[in-house]
Design a protein around this ligand. Structure first.
Ligand code: PEP
Ligand code: MN
Length: 373
């Protein structure tokens, strides 16, 4: 990494700006609907006696027109009075410079950039420019689709404006079919983000991943097991009556119940016997991984041979009957051994797609040879 990038990523530690020390939890309704609704939400949350940042959306980026799009600046004085009355930091979503300016005028403590804004470098840059010279924490949600560079790029634009208190929010990714979630978690993306930038706090927006209260627990547990730095949960005093995202919001009592059921993993390992045992098992894993790679290399060599034969005989690469048989082979052998269907499906699809690419290259080679002759 260049010196420049290094200094860009020299962030202020989370415990110097989060009300929860080395954790950052964000709770509150999807949207600000009335001063009374915000007050009831804050009262219920403060009663849980957990440090948190109070959230409420004021400008709502809705996928389709006609749904509740937020109350705009009208709601900003309400957030400001929640902050003063309950002595809690408040946060809202911004999507353009005008939003940033209005929030700063109303002493909003932190801002987040939403998933539909992170996708657009022009909008993120506009927000970053409006933040120049301002020193407040900025949280950046992942873009709607699983593009890690775009997420990192948005964080870099914000940091480029001189912001040093930054966190990422993992809120899942949109696919054509997200079942059973509202947005697919793709845990490997926040894990890779953490690997690249270990000092960047990442919190998990379990509400927008789960999409319904019954899935919140499993998503939250996974986030904690992956050592995420906190949770972002939509909490409404009357979830069923909510003007946006009614299906996924929970009330403060349900939030308390959710936390009671979570197993909190210890952050660091320092028991020498445990470390030795872990090392032993990890070296077994390393050996197995080496064998897996060797087997994949061996498989792809056979794939190449088949590709050459298909090329010589003019047979098409993709054979539906054979593909069905391969899937069936994986699914039946793997599920007998207790592997999940979705995992097996992903593995076989990745292997098959690489095999097709290899054979495609062989076919293209022949086409090039023909064009030369
Ligand atoms: C929200 O947090 O209310 C929101 C609009 O989220 P996202 O940008 O993740 O869709
Ligand atoms: Mn929402």
């Amino acid at each position: 990494m260049s010196e420049n990038a290094d200094s860009l990523w020299s962030l202020r530690p989370l415990d110097s700006w989060s009300p929860g020390g080395n954790r950052l939890d964000v709770f509150g309704p999807c949207s600000a609907e009335s001063e009374e609704q915000l007050t009831r939400a804050a009262e219920g949350l403060v009663a849980l006696e957990r440090p948190f940042v109070f959230r409420a959306g004021i400008w709502k980026p809705r996928t389709r027109p006609g749904s509740f799009e937020g109350l705009g600046v009208t709601a900003l004085p309400w957030l400001k009075s929640i902050k003063a009355r309950f002595n809690i930091p408040v946060i809202t979503e911004v999507a353009k410079a005008e939003h940033v300016e209005a929030c700063l005028e109303h002493d909003i403590d932190m801002l987040w950039i939403g998933a539909r804004t992170t996708v657009n470098p022009f909008s993120v840059q506009e927000i970053a420019d409006a933040l120049n010279g301002v020193d407040i924490p900025i949280l950046v949600k992942n873009p709607i689709h699983p593009d890690l560079s775009l997420w990192i790029g948005a964080l870099e634009r914000v940091m480029g404006a001189g912001i040093k208190s930054v966190a990422a929010i993992h809120r899942g990714f949109h696919y054509h079919d997200n079942r059973p979630y509202r947005n697919m978690p793709n845990w490997e993306l926040p894990i890779e983000l953490k690997r690249l930038h270990p000092k960047l706090p990442i919190i998990c927006d379990i509400s927008h991943i789960a999409g319904s209260p019954d899935l919140l627990h499993q998503v939250a547990q996974r986030a904690l097991d992956l050592m995420m730095d906190g949770l972002h949960v939509e909490v409404h005093p009357d979830p069923q009556e909510a003007l946006s995202d009614a299906r996924q919001q929970i009330d403060p009592d349900a939030l308390e119940y959710l936390f009671k059921g979570l197993r909190v993993s210890r952050r660091a390992v320092n028991d020498p016997i445990f470390i030795a045992e872990l090392e032993k098992l990890r070296s077994q894993i390393d050996e197995i991984d080496t064998r897996i790679v060797e087997l994949l290399v061996e498989r792809m060599k056979v794939v190449e041979e088949i590709g050459e034969q298909k090329r010589d005989k003019g047979v098409s690469i993709f054979q539906l009957k054979r593909w069905k048989a391969i899937i069936e082979h994986y699914m039946s052998q793997g599920s007998e051994e207790g592997l999940s269907g979705s995992f097996l499906r992903e593995v076989v699809e990745a292997i098959h797609s690489e095999s097709i690419d290899i054979q495609q290259r062989i076919m293209d080679g022949r086409m090039m040879d023909q064009s030369k002759s």
